[in-house]
Design a protein around this ligand. Structure first.
Ligand SMILES: [Fe+2]
Ligand SMILES: [Fe+2]
Length: 170
């Protein structure tokens, strides 16, 4: 993964812990009506032809999260912005709404390997997303970050500064 490790962050990016991230995403999902069209047009300009339909399959709340992530000032280049935007692309397979996601998240904590169907797909969205993005010909950084974005930073295969920057953007 040498090409990935050569990227450096501007420093100072502080990833939040997983619990804080989930709570914040939950409340954002309740009030979110979708990203602003101008920001969305900017982001679409960064995506490939194959990534664009994946983006449009995401829910309005997920597209808002994608845009907010891609706009994080700590990101150093467009490769990181695209990786930040598409990290949750695997959620399009599960197609769960906000409350079902809460259920899947909580049940996943209680029964780490016991979920089935769309709940299991939601729980497995990092791997599903990575597979979809790889099929779509996305950049290696985009694929790897989708696969690893719920791992502890210490387990990431990306360069530590890159992983920390992308986690801060999430
Ligand atoms: Fe995720
Ligand atoms: Fe996320």
């Amino acid at each position: 993964m040498g090409g990935l490790s050569s990227r450096s962050s501007s420093g100072g990016a502080q990833p939040v812990n997983a619990g804080t991230h989930l709570v914040r995403r939950f409340f954002q999902s309740l009030v979110d009506r979708g990203p602003d069209p101008q920001g969305e047009a900017w982001l679409l300009g960064l995506l490939t032809d194959a990534e664009t339909p994946l983006y449009w399959q995401m829910s309005a709340a997920d597209r808002s999260h994608a845009l907010r992530s891609a706009k994080c000032p700590a990101l150093v280049d467009d490769a990181q912005r695209v990786a930040a935007a598409l990290h949750d692309a695997g959620k399009i397979r599960a197609g769960l709404g906000t409350w079902a996601r809460v259920g899947a998240t909580l049940m996943g904590k209680v029964f780490p390997r016991g979920l089935r169907g769309r709940w299991a797909d939601y729980q497995d969205h990092p791997h599903l997303g990575a597979a979809i993005l790889r099929e779509s010909g996305s950049a290696e950084l985009t694929v790897v970050w989708a696969a690893e974005h719920h791992l502890p930073l210490s387990e990431s295969t990306l360069a530590p500064d890159v992983a920390a920057t992308l986690a801060a953007a999430d």
